[in-house]
Design a protein around this ligand. Structure first.
Ligand SMILES: Nc1ncnc2c1ncn2[C@@H]1O[C@H](COP(=O)(O)OP(=O)(O)OP(=O)(O)O)[C@@H](O)[C@H]1O
Ligand SMILES: [Mg+2]
Length: 256
């Protein structure tokens, strides 16, 4: 084993962006959405990504998750460099290694909660690990709602189904883009609690974009983006601490 491999094992990186750049458009209309971003998402860690609107949060998440192409640098999920993959392999990696939770719950209306949860695995032709699935369903507290369709569930319950769907296949990493953005604070707190539990108790890796300091306080660390660059990082964040940091950025923005 090389020194690099030993170091890699010690840090156990679920996903890594190195010098990642993303440029939209050309010439006058060119936008540098990501400007040489380097970041590790370690296994079993819950990371929140924060920053002003347009700072590149969604772009970073989409590029690392293999949902979007990038202009420079590299991304790896586990040991796999995304740039080495053909389209079909990338689709397969997304399906097998990555879970997604979006702001809009993205459940299929004609399927029951349980069918929605197992859909990605059904598509992949994989059998869910029944014990794991039961554990996930017990954790999100929807055992008595599994036969319900999304329209028969509240927003919070629908998002819990989406969380279970993301967890069900035991992906390498779960990405959420404002997963609590459409929820009231109580439902949001529940979903955030489940995400945190999935990290603490199940060893899941989670990366979540959020505007909400309270949501960010559920994470192990917060990275702050501004103009496509990582400008700060905070470990063991508290909601007040994150809020203060955001205010400090705003003040700096006004004086510079
Ligand atoms: N498809 C696109 N074409 C051109 N520019 C884009 C495209 N998508 C994003 N951008 C630009 O890239 C920059 C980063 O956008 P991104 O969506 O990553 O921001 P964000 O931090 O997620 O913002 P928000 O908090 O509003 O969701 C912005 O300036 C945006 O206008
Ligand atoms: Mg966004």
């Amino acid at each position: 084993m090389t020194t690099t491999q030993i170091a890699d094992r010690a840090t156990a990186v679920a996903a890594r962006a190195s010098e990642l750049s993303k440029v939209y458009g050309t010439g006058e209309t060119q936008v540098v959405a990501l400007d040489r971003v380097t970041v590790d998402f370690r296994q079993g860690e819950f990371t929140a990504i924060m920053g002003p609107s347009g700072s590149g949060k969604s772009t970073l998440m989409h590029c690392v998750a293999g949902l979007d192409t990038f202009s420079g640098g590299s991304v790896r999920i586990g040991e796999t460099e995304l740039s080495t993959l053909k389209d079909k392999q990338l689709t397969q990696l997304r399906r097998d290694k990555i879970g997604f939770i979006f702001q809009a719950f993205n459940l299929l209306p004609t399927l029951t909660a349980l069918e929605n949860i197992t859909l990605p695995m059904d598509i992949a032709g994989r059998k869910p690990d029944r014990r794991w699935l039961d554990q996930v369903i017990a954790m999100i507290g929807l055992a008595d709602r599994l036969g319900h369709r999304p329209t028969q569930l509240s927003g919070g319950q629908q998002q819990r189904v989406a969380v279970a769907r993301a967890l069900a296949s035991q992906p390498e990493i779960i990405f959420g883009d404002e997963p609590t953005g459409n929820l009231d604070s109580r439902s949001g707190a529940e979903v955030l609690g489940f995400l945190r539990n999935s990290v603490r108790e199940l060893g899941q890796t989670v990366v979540m974009v959020t505007h909400d300091p309270v949501a960010a306080s559920y994470a192990d660390r917060v990275i702050f983006l501004a103009d496509g660059q990582i400008v700060d990082e905070m470990l063991h964040p508290s909601a007040d601490g994150v809020l203060d940091r955001m205010k400090a950025f705003d003040a700096k923005g006004r004086t510079s």
